[in-house]
Design a protein. Structure first.
Lengths: 507, 452
């Protein structure tokens, strides 16, 4: 239950390989973790010297590979959990290593190592290059350009903050949540920070580094009433340092989580069947992440495993829909300077006024199509191959007033906060869950509803969006795909879907 | 093996006066091959290792304070700094009389052979060939299969050593191999997906035919699926789906969730929470279970625990700390998410006492209803605290006791409490699946189907 504290947005069904690793359990990836106090300034020496990188890349190509890449990572994580009124766990962790890939034709070889010495890297290079043995042996000398340095920033680094200051936040949030109402019977508060330094070098002249600082805070509450228990959750998650707590009051995060749980104590079962749905601004944006975001990832496109194949230039959504994926939005959870292939993050317009303009690309899929990457090659860690991923995906705001939009809806469901979602990109069918929702009756928000999933088909639902308001807001999430989790942002203003199936129990 | 145990013991030996230390040391080797369009799309191989260290510092009558640190490395220098960091973290914890490490409790560990050397001994070429053959077969199986988006072979060897100053010494090792394939069937503009897989301890236990046939059947039989009108229905859940459902229910049977008031089972011990045909057991000592283990993640012997007995709530799963909070003893049910995680209470091998019918017979008895082949949105639509249950489903209508037309883009909903009281049939068809629960066909009455 102690999962990653940000709402999850798993994408496609988890492949078995990843599942096995998780259930075998003994070596799975950090879910919650940690911080060792050995911080390096931005101008620090690189994780691997360029002459070592050049020799390792050259060796990687010696068996005939066409492209070789070293991805090095040093990640320090710290987390703390307050549960049942106690600081239950303060955890620190560190993971450092490199993944090496060698590409020949349509085949990728990959190996990783926690040993960043030249001999350790050469051994991994040898393992990754094993796939290239059909190629002819040759002598390749890779010369790297100057390193593109991580951008400077003035974040308060996690290592510069006393542990006691982090823990104080937890107690304050606990107090605030419990004082929201006597029916609050349990509170769990989580804090986490991470610093992730990466270095990417390839035989195609990539030589970039990045230094990513992330901070998150979340509160989960249980409220108990006559009809049983209900839960409420709220979080913030930013690609920034500890200074975020100057802008976000933890008491407010706690109050929102508690109010959400309390409000559902009187909730009635959600309706069953098709109704208009109004999604509040910032309620999740998960709609677009699932309804089309995953389906626009080029790995699904090149394999003809998406309903959006061949649709560029076509009207795939209501004219009110302009969808953007933008890894450059400062501070957002899905932000970075360069992706995990060294390519600079970019603002990519995917759907403009309802017309599909482009897909999302990483290096491998872009190479197949003879075009540049869109800066969307990401990986969970050095132990994973990169693939096409979203960053911050959002619908541009419209012009309507959100209150009027509700007033113009005689009967429907108002979703104030979404949970997670999931999509099958090949069929376009997707679900997303509510964690705070209400009935709309006669244009007014009325009874709270118990949690339920909504189900729809991406292309159909996108065409049914009939109103978009002007109150844009973002929300963080953790996106899972093919067994890898990465931080993402989702955003949207209040909008209405003309009709979608609500999976409640009330007739 | 011996080097991991030795490392765990070296860490434990660093304990100072007034301190307890527990070390968890893990190492794994894995390989994964993905075939696509007759070629190897990717071949990955790796050795990973890491440690998790917990330090418990005595704090007088108030109890003890716990700190944790982990590192993705087995190097001595990294290990040293992890111990220091865990020790430092402990100074900030709230003192707690219930926080303690496991101590040997006299229960002897089952002798389980979970290691199949064929995983290590089989040449990479053979593994690659198997993935390619799986892909080729699924593509050739049916003209309506228009894509095989991935066909994977993977295996893993995992070794874990645990030691503590409280007398724990445990070593476990296990292997696993798997095949999985995702097919897309198409007719006109209609497309549907189906996955098939096979898991085994070793290379030789894999069933390529089964994995391929499953993917083909599950994708092709969904062709022509439509959304149906909302209705109250009896739902027959496929074995794979039941494995997922049991896993979700099990989080409400964790002693930790119960003692912290986060389970709808809290305070209901002995009560009738399910129909009489429902008996749920966690037995990690059954070697057929995918996550079988001789020791739990605190080094105690794993053991059989009856959770629901003929419909009555009979037990919860405890690790050491949750057991102390509840005033009982650990059931040897500590689990953790690898070296970077701390232990909590959870199940490893859930299984229902089998009923009398297989899937076909259950369909015949049910007569009319909905057969669910797969579910989506379990993480967003099933709440083990409130019990609310709402998931997206794909499947086939059941008419006259047989599978009929395919259905998509609908949900089924109820509450977990109500579902347990509405179990009509438990299948005899136990299948040990990857994960923490076996699969068995399950029929549940009176669920709300939401569609058009």
């Amino acid at each position: 239950m102690a999962g990653w504290p940000v709402a999850r947005l798993p994408a496609v069904a988890r492949p078995l390989g990843a599942w096995l690793k998780e259930t075998l359990g003994d070596l799975s990836r950090p879910g919650r973790s940690d911080a060792v106090d050995t911080m390096t300034p931005v101008s620090a020496p690189p994780l691997i010297d360029s002459d070592v990188l050049e020799r390792v890349l050259s060796a990687s190509l010696a068996k005939g590979g066409e492209m070789a890449e070293v991805f090095a990572e040093d990640r320090q994580i710290s987390s703390a959990i307050l549960d049942d009124r106690r600081i239950e766990e303060l955890s620190s962790g560190r993971e450092r290593g490199a993944g090496i890939r060698v590409v020949i034709g349509e085949t990728t070889g990959f190996a990783h190592t926690a040993d960043l010495s030249e001999s350790g890297l050469l051994a991994a290079a040898d393992a990754a290059a094993a796939v290239a043995r059909r190629g002819g042996a040759r002598t390749e000398t890779v010369a790297l350009p100057a390193r593109r340095l991580a951008p400077e920033h003035d974040f308060v680094l996690p290592s510069e903050v006393e542990k006691s200051a982090k823990l104080e936040l937890l107690s304050r949030a606990d107090d605030a949540a419990r004082s929201a109402g006597a029916a609050i019977t349990q509170v769990q508060v989580g804090y986490g920070d991470s610093r992730r330094r990466v270095l990417i070098a390839s035989s195609e002249g990539m030589h970039s580094e990045d230094d990513q600082i992330r901070t998150r805070f979340n509160v989960s509450c249980v409220a108990t009433g006559d009809a049983g228990m209900q839960t409420g959750f709220e979080s913030i998650a930013r690609t920034e340092g500890f200074e975020v707590f100057g802008r976000f009051a933890v008491e407010e995060i706690a109050r929102i989580a508690a109010t959400r749980a309390l409000g559902k104590l009187d909730a009635r079962p959600a309706p069953s069947g098709e109704l208009p749905v109004v999604l509040a601004g910032g309620s999740g944006g998960i709609l677009f992440h699932e309804a089309c975001g995953h389906g626009l990832e080029a790995d699904h496109i090149v394999k003809d495993a998406s309903v959006y194949v061949g649709q560029v230039g076509e009207q795939v959504a209501s004219a009110l829909v302009t969808l953007v994926d933008d890894g450059t939005v400062a501070g957002e959870w899905g932000n970075y300077a360069v992706d995990d292939e060294g390519k600079a993050a970019a603002r990519n317009v995917l759907i403009e006024n309802g017309v599909l303009t482009d897909y999302l690309w990483d290096w491998l899929r872009a190479r197949k199509e003879g075009r540049p990457s869109s800066g969307n090659g990401r990986r969970q860690s050095y132990q994973h191959l990169p693939m096409v991923r979203m960053t911050n995906t959002f619908l541009l705001a419209g012009k309507e007033n959100p209150d009027e939009l509700v007033a113009q809806t005689p009967k429907g469901v108002y979703v104030a906060k979404l949970g997670g979602g999931q999509v099958n990109t090949a069929t376009g069918d997707f679900v997303f869950g509510t964690s705070e929702a209400y009935l709309i009756e006669d244009g007014k928000i009325t009874s709270p509803l118990r949690d339920a999933n909504l189900i729809g088909n991406g292309p159909e639902v996108l065409r049914k969006i009939d109103a978009v308001a002007d109150d844009f807001a973002m929300m963080p999430g953790t996106c899972g795909k093919d067994g890898q989790s990465v931080p993402v942002g989702c955003g949207q203003a209040t909008l209405r879907i003309g009709g979608i199936t609500i999976g409640g129990t009330a007739a | 093996m011996s080097d991991l145990v030795a490392l765990a013991e070296r860490i434990v030996a660093k304990a100072k006066v007034g301190e307890e230390i527990e070390a968890y040391v893990a190492r794994g080797h894995d390989i994964e091959v993905r075939a696509y369009d007759g070629e190897v799309e990717s071949l990955s191989s790796a050795t990973t290792g890491g440690i998790g260290v917990r330090v418990l510092v005595a704090n007088g009558s108030e109890g003890a304070k716990l700190g944790f640190a982990w590192a993705g490395s087995l190097d001595d220098e990294v290990v040293e700094s992890a111990v220091d960091e865990a020790r430092d973290n402990a100074t900030f914890a709230t003192p707690d009389p219930d926080v303690a490490f496991a101590t040997p409790d006299g229960v002897s560990a089952a002798e389980l052979d979970l290691w199949d050397q064929s995983v290590a001994d089989t040449a990479t070429d053979e593994k690659v060939a198997l993935a390619l053959e799986l892909e080729r077969r699924v593509r050739a199986a049916d003209p309506r299969i228009r894509q095989v988006s991935s066909a994977d072979y993977g295996d893993e060897r995992v070794e874990v050593a645990l030691a503590s100053t409280t007398g724990i010494r445990a070593f476990t090792q296990r292997t696993a191999a798997f095949l999985s394939v995702s097919a897309i069937a198409g007719e006109g503009s209609d497309s549907h997906t189906g996955t098939g897989f096979s898991v085994a301890r070793g290379f030789s236990g894999l069933d390529l035919d089964r994995a391929g046939e499953d993917a083909v059947e599950r994708s092709t039989r969904m062709l022509g699926a439509t959304k149906v009108p909302s209705d109250r229905v009896t739902v027959v859940f496929d074995r794979r789906v039941v494995s997922t459902l049991l896993s979700v229910i099990s989080s409400a049977l964790s002693g930790e969730a119960v003692v912290k008031g986060r389970s709808f089972f809290a305070g209901r011990m002995g009560e009738k929470v399910a129909t009489g045909s429902f008996t749920l057991v966690d037995d990690p000592t059954d070697p057929r279970a995918f996550a079988a283990s001789a020791h739990d993640s605190e080094g105690l012997a794993c053991r059989r625990t009856v959770l629901i007995d003929s419909g009555s709530l009979a037990g919860f799963l405890y690790d050491t700390v949750s057991a102390r909070r509840a005033g009982t003893a650990s059931t040897g049910s500590a689990v953790r998410g690898g070296y970077s995680g701390t232990p909590g209470a959870g199940c490893r091998a859930l299984v229902l006492q089998p009923g009398h019918h297989d899937q076909q017979a259950i369909l015949a008895v049910v007569g009319e209803g909905l057969y669910v082949q797969s579910v989506t949105g379990v993480h967003s639509g099933v709440n083990p605290v409130s019990g609310d249950f709402s998931v997206g489903v794909e499947g086939l209508m059941v008419r006259d006791g047989e599978l009929a037309e395919p259905v998509r883009e609908v949900t089924v909903a109820s509450t977990l409490q109500r579902m347990l009281q509405s179990v009509l049939h438990v299948g005899v068809d136990i299948e040990w699946l990857p994960g923490i629960a076996a699969g068995q066909t399950l029929a549940i009455g009176d669920m709300q189907l939401s569609g058009s």
